[in-house]
Design a protein around this ligand. Structure first.
Ligand SMILES: [Zn+2]
Ligand SMILES: [Zn+2]
Ligand SMILES: [Zn+2]
Length: 331
């Protein structure tokens, strides 16, 4: 596999014919459960709480898209750019128990997973080769879920993924004009209007975005400005419990509509990277604001409304939020 840059949009794609072997699907056991006979390449482990052998852990993905050894070896090919798919690809096991998901685990357990996520991001950002660390969860077959055990995935890449790159550029532009963070402005306007707010929980707010890409799209953001998720996770660990509760409750609401979804954490890129010395992301800490995006998958409607050139959502966020607010969930 190799990385190629689209010369028009300046975004990188991963492509090649040597697709890594898919992880064995038909195993009669779960390779990630504590009693698994498979030797896992353990990266990080958080000790168990509530009598569990461990609470949350990171392991190397059994069929990684990115490999951690070597240099990216970026080179030109006429007007094109390419590099090796150097990076990290990990599976983040959210819980030692096979049936404890982010919507039915305890807040203390979900907090451990969020802490692990913060630790992994911080650790990988110390590697100067990596520009960005993504954490995402694909739940359900049509979402591309790979393993049954409750998991998210992590990639550390030598480039910033496209959607985040667009956000970073837009946030920087907004800040240049207004000297304010666009996500802070969105959050305060949404709280004031209260048309699309799903739930407010201490420092955090869950809302349906003004211009949704899919029906019931939901975001979770901190109300206090912070560009980097890992800074909040590691410096203010007390607040993670509230975030855990809001994440759990929001996923329960989403699951009252559909079981399948994508979830992604958007945080600041690696500002330790050498190119940062050019001042390219000079206002990054002030202009970017971490958040979680949840994109539910409505199987029956997916085909008719997924017109990728323009997002089309046949349901407004003002209507979606009513159903999400009224969903019956556990306290
Ligand atoms: Zn399992
Ligand atoms: Zn902000
Ligand atoms: Zn985002």
């Amino acid at each position: 596999m190799e990385l190629r840059k689209d010369p028009i949009t300046r975004s990188w794609v991963i492509t090649g014919d040597d697709v890594p072997d898919a992880a064995p699907r038909q195993e009669s056991f779960c390779r990630f459960c504590p009693d698994s006979p498979v030797a896992l390449q353990l990266v990080s482990n958080l000790p168990g709480i509530q009598n569990a052998p461990w609470s949350s852990r990171a392991v190397v993905h059994p069929a990684p898209l990115y490999r951690v050894e070597g240099e990216p070896g970026r080179r030109g090919d006429g007007l094109y750019d390419r590099m090796r798919s150097v990076g990290a690809h990990e599976v983040l096991l959210e819980n030692s128990r096979h049936d404890r998901q982010l919507w039915n685990a305890s807040d203390a357990e979900i907090e451990q997973f969020l802490l692990l996520a913060g630790q992994r991001i911080q650790d990988l950002k110390r590697d100067g080769r990596f520009k960005y660390v993504s954490i995402f969860k694909n739940h359900g077959l049509s979402a591309g879920q790979e393993f049954e055990h409750p998991n998210s995935e992590l990639t550390a890449t030598t480039f910033v993924p496209r959607r985040v790159l667009y956000e970073l550029r837009a946030c920087r532009e907004y800040f240049k004009q207004k000297e304010r963070c666009v996500f802070c402005d969105i959050t305060s306007q949404e709280l004031q209007q209260n048309l699309r707010v799903i739930e407010l929980r201490s420092e955090f707010v869950a809302l349906c975005p003004y211009a949704p890409r899919v029906p019931y799209e939901a975001w979770i953001l901190p109300r206090t400005h912070e560009a980097a998720f890992e800074r909040l996770a590691l410096n203010r660990p007390g607040t993670l419990r509230d975030l855990a509760a809001l994440l759990r409750r929001t996923l329960q609401r989403i699951r009252s509509i559909t079981e399948e979804f994508h979830l992604v954490l958007h945080t600041s890129p690696n500002s330790m990277h050498p190119s940062a010395s050019l001042g390219y992301w000079k206002t990054l800490d002030e202009d970017y604001h971490w958040h979680i995006e949840i994109m539910p998958i409505l199987a029956a409607k997916a085909k008719s409304y997924t017109f990728k050139e323009v997002y089309y959502s046949p349901l407004s966020s003002e209507t979606a939020v009513k159903r999400l607010r009224e969903a019956r969930i556990e306290p």
